[in-house]
Each structure stands twice: as structure tokens, then as C-alpha cells.
Design a protein around this ligand. Structure first.
Ligand code: NDP
Ligand code: OXD
Length: 308
């Protein structure tokens, strides 16, 4: 009974240390050193190998090393094997920091200051009070909820949009596609924290930008394919959008010469908003394995019909 890790090697070595300490009876292997494939019961991966069903005949559980699962081709994980995404607290903590940074950067005109510094311009910018800057979060799941909890402290009026209804103290929540225009019309800084599914691919498009108040800004921490690049650049060009912080792109890495690199109204980061923390992730994985052995419900189990 062995666990196989197939993702970032450096972090994998950290995982190995925590497994040795917390589950010395569970052998741990780092891809590509898989040993006897018949021993592998648990696979933790960012992108799994193509032929897992035939290579690992005794596989019982597959974990995504991240919160998202769109990088998995679900058809290669046999339906009887649960696919579990990472619900460890380190991802939410780092995401909350990043979105707070991005929202504050847009709220306090950081992109203008960077441009002014490059041009050696000393010019103050009128400060809009936080209570007049409305922040709307698309996707009120584990990360979206953690984000609005923290943003509340700054005094922004908060809105949320989600597939199913939510009730969150101090957040005006909307549910379903038919409420999207109402949500957008009141959102000055839009944060995308949706999973990438057939329904959400391309959701950040010309129609959506046109429904935001003129000069609104965007934080995309979901996935690159949420954004329709040509529509987004056109919205920036005509002032419908005033700026954006983008942590994700399509493809990744963003290719050399891509217009996002040099656009003065865009801040790009290399899919670095949050990161799975090995110590807490190992606890989560061990807890899910124990629940699976007891035949219990598994936290983070992906609903394949929804795609997240
Ligand atoms: P969750 O599954 O916990 O939350 C997703 C939320 O989105 C749910 O509340 C869900 O609604 C809602 N949702 C799904 N589909 C729709 C839709 N069609 N319309 C409206 N709402 C919808 O995921 P997490 O919060 O853990 O993660 C969200 C995403 O963040 C990940 O899938 C990943 O893409 C991205 N991410 C990015 C990282 C980065 O570093 N940039 C790091 C980690 C994650 P419902 O409640 O009804 O299910
Ligand atoms: C994730 C990510 O899904 O890092 O966890 O994008």
C-alpha cells in the first residue's frame, strides 16, 4: 500500500518528509520512481499520467495537488475511483493574501504609480474611500468565501455571485446566470474565483465587461480560459476596464511577446496566487485516506457531473 506523488519535485521532497514523520507505515514514492505499480493505492498529482487505470491496477484514490481539477482529464480516472481536490488551509490563506493585495493595488491605483515612477512623474491621485469601492467575487466556494471574509475588514461594500444561493454576513449574494447582470452592474472590482468548467469557460467576455460600471477593474485568479483575451484587451482600450491583475493565463507560461507582458494597465503574476502547503496538505491527504478506509464521505470529492 503505497502513495505516489507526481507534481513539483522540490515540494514533493517536503511531502516525503512529512509522510515519513506522520505516516511511517505508508510508503511514499516520488514520480518517476514508482516502484511496483501494483503497490500504488493513492496518487497525488497535478497532471496525472495518461494511462493510470492500466498502469496502477490497485489504485483506490486520486488527489489533485491543487484546489482546481481542470488540469485533470477526468476520463482517465476510472469512475469507481474518487477524485479528491485539495482542501488544505494553506491554499486559502495564500489566496486571501493575494486577492487582498490585488484588490488594494487596483483600489489604490498601484498601476498608475508604477507608470508614473517609470516616467519620473510626481502626481497625487484622488483617494476613493473603500466604502465607495464595491468588490464583487464570482465563485463563493472555499476560496471565494475566505476572500470576502478578509476583504470585509477594509470596509469595501461586498457582493458575491455563485451557482447556488449563499448567505454570508455583510455580503450581497446573487445566485444563477439570470442574476449576473445585476451583480455586475454594482461591481467596481471584479474577482474571478470560479472553477473552469464548460459553463464558466470564456465567462469574462465582452458582454460581461459591458455590464460592469465604466472603468471597473478585474482580478483573475481562476483560470486563463475564463478570460476572452481579445474582448478584454478591447475593453481596456476603450476604457470600459481601467486595469487588471491576472495570475492565470492561457497558455501558461505566458509566451514571450504576449501583449499582457507590456500592457501598462495589466499586472501579471505567474500562477502564483496561492500554493498548496505541504505540511497541512499531508494532514488533509491522511485524513481523506482514513475516511476512505472507514467508508465515509470524502471532503473535497469532485462531482464529475459538475466538473469541479
Ligand atoms: P470551490 O469548488 O470550493 O468553489 C467554486 C465555487 O464556484 C462554488 O461556490 C460554485 O458554486 C461556484 N461555481 C461553479 N460553477 C459556477 C457557475 N457556473 N456559476 C456560478 N458559480 C459557479 O473551489 P475553490 O474555491 O477551492 O477554487 C476555485 C477555483 O480557484 C479553482 O477551481 C481554481 O480554478 C482556482 N484556483 C486558482 C489558484 C491560483 O493560484 N491562481 C489556486 C487555487 C485555486 P456551488 O456552491 O453552487 O457549487
Ligand atoms: C490550484 C492552483 O488549483 O494552484 O490549486 O491553481
Amino acid at each position: 500500500m503505497t502513495l505516489l506523488y507526481k507534481a513539483n519535485m522540490v515540494r514533493g521532497a517536503e511531502w516525503a518528509g512529512f509522510f515519513a514523520e506522520r505516516a511511517p507505515d505508508l510508503p511514499f514514492r516520488l514520480w518517476p520512481d514508482i516502484g511496483d505499480p501494483a503497490d500504488i493505492r493513492y496518487l497525488v498529482a497535478w497532471v496525472p499520467p495518461d494511462d493510470i487505470a492500466t498502469t496502477f491496477p490497485n489504485l483506490e484514490l486520486v488527489f489533485s495537488v491543487g484546489a482546481g481539477v481542470d488540469q485533470f482529464d477526468p476520463s482517465i480516472v476510472p469512475p469507481h475511483i474518487p477524485l479528491v481536490r485539495m482542501l488544505e488551509p494553506g491554499i486559502a490563506e495564500t489566496m486571501v493574501e493575494y486577492v487582498s493585495m490585488a484588490v488594494l493595488a487596483l483600489h489604490r491605483d498601484l498601476l498608475h504609480f508604477i507608470a508614473q515612477q517609470k516616467a519620473q512623474v510626481w502626481r497625487e491621485i484622488w483617494i476613493t474611500p473603500a466604502k465607495r469601492r464595491r468588490v464583487g467575487v464570482m465563485g463563493l466556494g472555499q476560496l471565494g468565501q475566505a476572500v470576502v471574509e478578509r476583504l470585509r475588514a477594509f470596509g469595501f461594500p461586498l457582493l458575491g455571485w455563485n451557482r447556488s444561493p449563499r448567505e454570508i454576513d455583510g455580503v450581497t449574494c446573487y445566485a444563477g446566470m439570470e442574476t449576473l447582470p445585476e451583480f455586475l452592474a454594482q461591481t467596481d472590482i471584479l474577482v474571478c474565483l470560479l472553477p473552469l468548467t464548460d459553463e464558466t469557460r470564456g465567462i469574462l467576455n465582452a458582454d460581461l465587461f459591458a455590464r460592469l460600471p465604466r472603468g471597473a477593474s478585474l482580478v483573475n485568479v481562476g483560470r486563463g480560459p475564463h478570460l476572452v483575451e481579445a474582448d478584454f484587451l478591447a475593453a481596456l482600450e476603450r476604457g470600459a476596464l481601467s486595469g487588471a491583475v491576472l495570475d492565470v493565463a492561457e497558455p501558461e507560461p505566458l509566451p514571450a511577446g504576449h501583449p499582457f507582458w507590456s500592457h501598462p494597465r495589466i499586472l501579471v503574476t505567474p500562477h502564483n496566487a496561492s500554493m498548496t502547503r505541504p505540511d497541512t496538505a499531508v494532514d488533509f491527504v491522511l485524513d481523506v485516506i482514513a475516511r476512505h478506509r472507514r467508508g465515509e464521505e470524502l471532503p473535497g470529492r469532485v462531482d464529475r457531473s459538475r466538473g469541479y
